[in-house]
Design a protein around this ligand. Structure first.
Ligand SMILES: Cc1cc2nc3c(=O)[nH]c(=O)nc-3n(C[C@H](O)[C@H](O)[C@H](O)COP(=O)(O)OP(=O)(O)OC[C@H]3O[C@@H](n4cnc5c(N)ncnc54)[C@H](O)[C@@H]3O)c2cc1C
Length: 381
């Protein structure tokens, strides 16, 4: 594999760096402490994504027919890396461009595409992802929120939990049970969040204000056109979405940038002395580069048009290990960063500590690697 960036890709990266330097306010790193789903950052992200859209930098990897530039997965990777290094100023909208948009493009009806894609491409949409329920996180197929078709409407009852962005989102990508079959009984509804019968309650979070929520559905009714894909097709659709989600968040780039920042501070302050700190920094750097390489191996296959499946779990697991090691390094050697001394390191720590839980627990990734990649035998039950 050849991981040398082409001159054109390097120019694309520089263009993004210049854009970020011009568009982020001077106090951005402290501002980002509000948290990615906070009202302040959501308002900022709308303005920021609008500017990205004007420069054709919000969805450059989308097909040209729907407002993208048709750029390949390497450009998508460069874009995501630069955004993460900067602390992800797109806020919750990263989700729209990474996986909600591409999933709509692949599985949506013409009416759904016409309704939902233009606001995403313009940087004006905020979605939330209604998957997890109390008791149905890792075991997602056990979810119980039920949608019953009554004439031309679905009536929905149930509860979601840990839903990011739900407090401000305009649309929910909602998983519901439409029959008792464990996996083939799950369907997707695209639900406007102002539909009567939805109640959202915020849960306090380490990542900042407005981050995670409980969402209750009490006799909520949506037209049957809200069904996304076929009834019972959710499992197939989310398998496609989750690969995009896992690869679309190159947290290793933020982890590496945080590590470099921590080392620079230690040097400046005369604390870069002794073997231990250097060995630990080298170990953390090696994990960041291992995660980058694991991700690039998959991007290479994607760029060649291959379908990616369970292998994306390896890249995600490697990334979680890297983030955790960098977070531990900072706690050990620069603990004051977690108070108020170094907002960039605090922001990395806040986001890093949940990395192995959100979007699927790290242990579950290991299970997937064991069974679907390494083909190890399952324990007899
Ligand atoms: C910051 C944050 C944001 C989130 N945002 C969203 C969101 O927007 N939408 C959404 O739907 N969900 C969201 N989640 C929920 C997230 O997807 C779940 O927390 C995750 O899937 C784990 O599910 P759980 O919390 O029910 O834990 P459990 O499934 O109960 O797991 C608890 C522990 O047991 C381990 N475990 C469970 N089963 C196994 C097994 N079979 N083998 C080995 N170990 C196992 C897990 O690894 C974990 O360590 C978010 C979570 C966080 C922390």
């Amino acid at each position: 594999m050849d991981f040398t960036w082409t001159p054109e890709e390097q120019a694309f990266r520089q263009r993004l760096k210049d854009f970020l330097a011009e568009s982020l306010p001077p106090d951005w790193e402290r501002f980002a402490e509000h948290g990615p789903a906070s009202p302040a950052l959501t308002r900022f992200a709308e303005q920021f994504c609008g500017k990205l859209a004007e420069q054709q930098l919000l969805t450059p990897h989308w097909p040209e027919a729907i407002g993208g530039l048709g750029l390949d997965p390497w450009h998508q990777t460069v874009l995501a890396e630069e955004m993460w290094i900067a602390g992800e100023p797109r806020g919750g909208q990263y989700m729209n461009v990474n996986w909600i948009g591409p999933t709509l493009i692949r599985y949506g009806t013409e009416a759904q595409k016409a309704r939902y894609l233009p606001p995403i491409a313009a940087g004006r949409a905020l979605w939330c992802q209604g998957f997890s329920e109390p008791g149905s996180g890792s075991d997602l197929a056990s979810l119980r929120t039920r949608a019953v078709l009554e004439g031309d409407h679905y009536r929905v009852n149930g509860q979601k939990i840990w839903t990011s962005y739900a407090g401000l989102a305009d649309t929910c990508f909602l998983l519901c049970r439409t029959s008792d079959d464990r996996k083939r009984g799950i369907s997707i509804l695209l639900v406007p969040m102002d539909t009567p019968g939805i109640t959202v309650r915020q849960i306090p979070s380490l990542i900042g204000e407005g981050d995670i929520h409980e969402v209750f559905f009490d006799d909520m009714r949506v037209p049957r056109e809200a069904l996304f894909g076929e009834e019972g097709q959710a499992w197939e659709i989310i398998a496609y979405s989750l690969v995009n989600e896992r690869l679309g968040i190159p947290r290793y780039s933020l982890a590496r940038a945080a590590l470099d920042r921590a080392v620079a501070i230690l040097r400046e302050q005369g604390r870069w002395t002794g073997e231990a700190v250097k060995i630990e920094a080298a170990h953390a750097a090696a994990l960041c580069e291992a995660a980058r390489t694991a991700s690039y191996a998959i991007v290479t296959r994607r760029a060649a048009g291959e379908t990616i499946g369970a292998e994306s779990s390896s890249a995600r697991f490697a990334t979680v290990m890297a983030e955790r090691r960098v977070a531990e390094f900072v706690v050990e050697h620069l603990p004051e960063a977690l108070a108020d001394a170094h907002p960039y390191l605090k922001m990395h720590h806040q986001r890093g500590i949940v990395a192995g839980i959100a979007a699927g627990a790290a242990e579950i990734q290991l299970n997937i690697i064991a069974t679907d990649v390494l083909k190890l035998p399952r324990e007899p039950r």
